[in-house]
Design a binder for this molecule. Structure first.
Ligand code: NAD
Length: 430
């Protein structure tokens, strides 16, 4: 099929590349000219394992191209994906301006029957708004479909190529047939192709992300309690997770969830509920719990040092999770900002997220970045571990021996390190 993808971020670029991999002719459109220029030179603008190889292969095969010209990007397209940002607005609701602007811009460009797909995470009722916006500008035949994306940054290619489920919300058989054909190649043993009405598909994405956020906050709060009563969260989560109704995934305590999805999606769902007179009290508590969790390490650092001013602190891990360069809403950023505010001097290391972090802290002289994790430790009093990159698990412990280590991701086993470091603390373990 001929496919247009609007937006070449973590979702759009992976979507476009994976559809090209299965033989479709894909044009990706982005308003960011420098990004388009970069991609046309064969450079992937984000870090995502496995993406570069597939991206280059499909460009070479002539199935994947990039443009900042919308008309060129969607010419003769059978399907157009909207993989655009839906950031939180001031009141917490999802800002639909990118989506609705793109829908209006697309309207006069539709020629033959086209399926417009909402791939972005959008609140219930958005497909109706997209349809209205397009209808205002064209008399041509089109359908709007909801196809929320469930990929995880860091595993995006595998998630997209071998999905657990493909959720399609459609209200015509014509559109559904197009989506079935498009995804035919992606159906593997474990994949469920789940068809439903559009509003339920839109809601499914928010419900799924909010449930995962709640699971994280739940185990974080249990970990905090373990610490106070002398229990060990590692044993507790092992015992809990062995119940197949609960499962082991997402039962790892830490310093809170971040990223471009969970915080904004929980917030947007709470707002949708409020607007509709439904009190999502559990999710309101999840938001509060996550906010508090991000300050846990700070409290521990303060308790240890008393006064943080002038202390030299290394931070390992800046990305909101491992295997990505994405720092949006990363707990590390909030911790670093608070430490800087209190007069600490920071040296920070991350395997992939340094460039993005440099931009984020460009106004602050009290933070430096190193390209080596051990270099970040030079002359520091303490180390904070904020992201669980696998290379931290295998760190040379002798290089940390004179430090106070605040392990926000339970990287080390307390039994192995208690006597090696000057001080060691983690989340929910004795
Ligand atoms: P992103 O910020 O990484 O990328 C968005 C891209 O859209 C940017 O390159 C931007 O320049 C471009 N853009 C903005 N307006 C445009 C326009 N009018 N035409 C063409 N391009 C335009 O965003 P993302 O992380 O890929 O997320 C996109 C959507 O997918 C969001 O709704 C998000 O909630 C959802 N989602 C994200 C993930 C994830 O892991 N990042 C997973 C599932 C769903």
């Amino acid at each position: 099929m001929k496919i247009g993808v609007l937006g070449t971020g973590y979702v759009g670029l992976v979507t476009g590349t994976c559809f090209a991999e299965h033989g479709n002719e894909v044009t990706c459109v982005d308003i960011d000219k420098s990004k388009v220029e970069q991609m046309n030179k064969g450079k992937v603008p984000i870090y995502e394992p496995g993406l570069e190889e597939m991206f280059l292969k499909n460009i070479k095969a002539g199935r994947l191209s990039f443009t900042d010209n919308l008309a060129q990007g969607v010419k003769d397209a059978d399907v157009i994906f909207l993989a655009l940002p839906t950031p939180p607005g001031e009141d917490g609701s999802a800002d639909l301006s990118y989506i609705l602007k793109a829908a209006s811009d697309l309207a006069p460009l539709i020629d033959n029957y086209t399926v417009i797909v909402d791939k972005s995470t959008v609140p219930v009722g958005t497909a109706d708004k997209v349809r209205d916006a397009i209808q205002k500008g064209t008399k041509k035949d089109f359908d709007v479909v909801s196809n929320p994306e469930f990929l995880k940054e860091g595993f995006a290619i595998d998630d997209f190529m071998h999905p657990d489920r493909i959720v399609i919300g459609a209200d015509t058989t014509k559109a559904l047939d197009v989506m079935r054909k498009l995804y035919e190649e992606f159906i593997v043993d474990r994949t469920q192709f789940i068809e439903m009405d559009i509003r339920s598909a839109e809601m499914t994405k928010y419900a799924a992300n909010s449930f995962l956020a709640a699971k994280i906050s739940f185990i974080n709060e249990i970990a905090n309690l373990c610490e106070q009563v002398g229990a060990d969260i590692d044993s507790v989560r092992e015992g809990m997770g062995s119940d197949s109704r609960i499962g082991h995934k997402f039962l790892y305590p830490g310093i809170g969830y971040g990223g471009s999805c969970f915080p904004k999606d929980v917030q947007a769902l709470v707002k949708t509920a409020d607007d509709n007179g439904v009190d999502l009290s559990i999710l309101k508590s999840v938001e509060r719990a996550n906010y508090r969790q991000k300050t846990i390490i700070l409290k521990k650092i303060k308790d240890y040092f008393g006064n943080i001013s002038g202390k030299k602190i290394a931070v390992w891990g800046l990305a909101f999770k491992p295997n990505t360069d994405d720092i949006r809403e990363a707990p590390a950023l909030e911790i670093i900002s608070a430490l800087l505010e209190q007069g600490a001097v920071i040296s920070a290391y991350d395997p992939e997220a340094i460039e993005n972090s440099k931009k984020h802290f460009s106004d602050d002289d009290s933070i430096t970045f190193t390209n080596d994790k051990y270099e970040a430790l030079s002359g520091v009093d303490a180390l904070v571990i904020a992201t669980e990159w696998s290379e931290f698990h295998t760190a040379d412990l002798t290089k940390l021996k004179d430090l106070a280590v605040f392990d926000g991701r339970n990287i080390f086993n307390p039994k192995n390190v208690q006597n090696n470091f000057k001080y060691y603390t983690s989340i929910g373990r004795p």
